[in-house]
Design a protein around this ligand. Structure first.
Ligand code: ATP
Ligand code: MG
Length: 419
């Protein structure tokens, strides 16, 4: 137990973490291009926030949350997703009083108690964005295009953008009726969770992963056929905007968010390169969420995407991923005086921006050279008492094995030239 990480969690080892850094930096750069500002919210919140903000008829809240009581008896939950915390912070800090529309991006760990499998973990990481205060479909198109730019910059191919509209509370009430009428005859065959959803939120039944429920919902009425004039106009507008940006999409009436405060646009970015867990990114509009959580009526739109799943796609499709950087220079030393000299020199060179290592275990020359190989050094400098006295060192190119005697001043030039 002691030396085993909890089920569904994964260490990010150094070889992997350079890939994470690259993905995170790419994301931040793309977000900056859209004027998104990074927001960081706590890893845990009051449970009630997610019950309201994600919805207590969702799988996330009903089955997947890590909820516990703290020492003062408050119910606390680990973040299962990124949006609710951002909305809470937006309201609490009165950010709605600032510039509108407000644009945020975030990078956060998320926690869901699910059955671990490829692309499905209990601790995973999301990148996401939110725009508050824009009703126009221009905002929806920007959010979609940001996600597409991100994937394009990373060289992730074979992705499909699927869009849908899930209407608004007005048009949804007629649809809800039609859906219930359709499902009523199979009510007894629904899973227990969906039986409960039948009255509370029948649209969620369309998103159930249970094979029996999936079968029952085949041929069910589609929200997209029930859109009111405003929602159907908005959907047309979204398609026009995406067209203007040169973004291809398919309409998928099966995409559901299914909560009263999620409205209009819903979208997913999917791949068929990695099997079952093919949804890399999911997003949509939530025009009533800010109000639902106690803020002033403010429309919102955003997406969340999973880093672990993205990495699986990138590895499966052969997209570029960086390797650990090489060490520019390894300084090998013989004797106590040389050791001190080596440490001083290493610090000077690091200040110049070079990656410099020495053997902090103070092994013999053979051990030091072995270590230099292991840390992938481009050059090794050898320093002994004689070298210090004569202000020179022996520089070895580790790839060509070529050696020369140079001064410490020439060293910088040498490292720069061969970069
Ligand atoms: P799924 O249908 O695969 O369960 P979801 O609808 O629960 O996905 P969202 O809540 O929309 O997913 O989360 C956005 C993104 O977060 C997903 O597209 C996926 O990349 C990632 N994600 C969600 N759950 C997990 C998980 N358990 N492990 C790893 N990544 C996840
Ligand atoms: Mg899920």
């Amino acid at each position: 137990m002691l030396t085993k990480a909890p089920k569904g969690t994964k260490d990010v080892l150094p070889e992997q973490s350079v890939k994470w850094q690259y993905i995170e930096k790419t994301f931040r750069d793309i977000c900056a291009g859209y004027g998104m500002k990074e927001i960081r919210t706590p890893v845990f919140e009051h449970t009630e926030l997610f019950q309201r903000g994600v919805g207590d008829t969702t799988d996330i809240v009903q089955k997947e949350m890590y909820t516990f009581e703290d020492h003062a008896g408050r119910s606390i939950s680990l973040k299962p997703e990124g949006t609710a915390g951002v909305v809470r912070s937006y309201i609490e800090n009165k950010l709605y009083a600032d510039t509108k529309p407000a644009k945020f991006c975030y990078l956060t760990p998320c926690f869901r108690y699910e059955r671990p499998q490829a692309g499905r973990l209990r601790e995973f990481h999301q990148l996401g964005v939110e725009i508050f205060g824009a009703e126009s479909m221009m905002a929806d198109a920007e959010v979609v295009s940001l996600a597409m730019d991100f994937f394009e910059t990373l060289g992730v191919g074979e992705l499909e953008l699927r869009i849908n509209s899930i209407g608004c509370p007005q048009c949804r009430s007629e649809y809800r009726q039609a859906l219930q009428d359709f499902l009523r005859k199979s009510y007894n065959e629904l899973c227990d969770t969906c039986k409960d959803r039948f009255e509370r939120n029948p649209m969620r039944i369309l998103d159930c992963k249970n094979p029996d429920c999936k079968k029952i919902t085949e041929g069910a009425p589609r929200m997209i056929d029930y859109l009111c004039e405003e929602c159907s106009g908005a959907f047309k507008e979204l398609k026009k905007n995406l067209g203007a940006m040169g973004i291809e999409y398919t309409v998928d009436p099966g995409i559901v968010r299914g909560l009263d405060y999620y409205t209009k646009t819903a979208f997913e970015i999917v791949t068929n390169t990695i099997g079952a867990q093919g949804t890399v990114c999911g997003g949509g509009r939530y025009d009533h969420l800010v109000e639902e959580l106690g803020g002033p009526a403010t429309p919102g739109i955003g997406f969340g995407l999973g880093i672990e799943r993205l990495l699986i796609v990138m590895e499966a499709t052969g997209a570029f991923l960086p390797k650990e950087p090489e060490t520019d220079l390894f300084i090998a030393f013989v004797g106590g005086e040389a050791r001190l000299y080596a440490q001083g020199l290493a610090r000077k060179l690091r200040k110049q921006g070079f990656k410099v290592m020495a053997d902090v275990a103070e092994r013999n020359m053979k051990g030091q050279f072995k270590y230099a190989d292991r840390v992938n050094a481009r050059f090794t400098a050898v320093i002994g008492e004689e070298e210090i006295a004569e202000n020179r060192l022996t520089l070895k190119n580790m790839k060509t094995s070529e050696q020369k005697q140079i001064s410490a001043e020439e060293l910088i030039k040498e490292l720069k030239v061969s970069e």
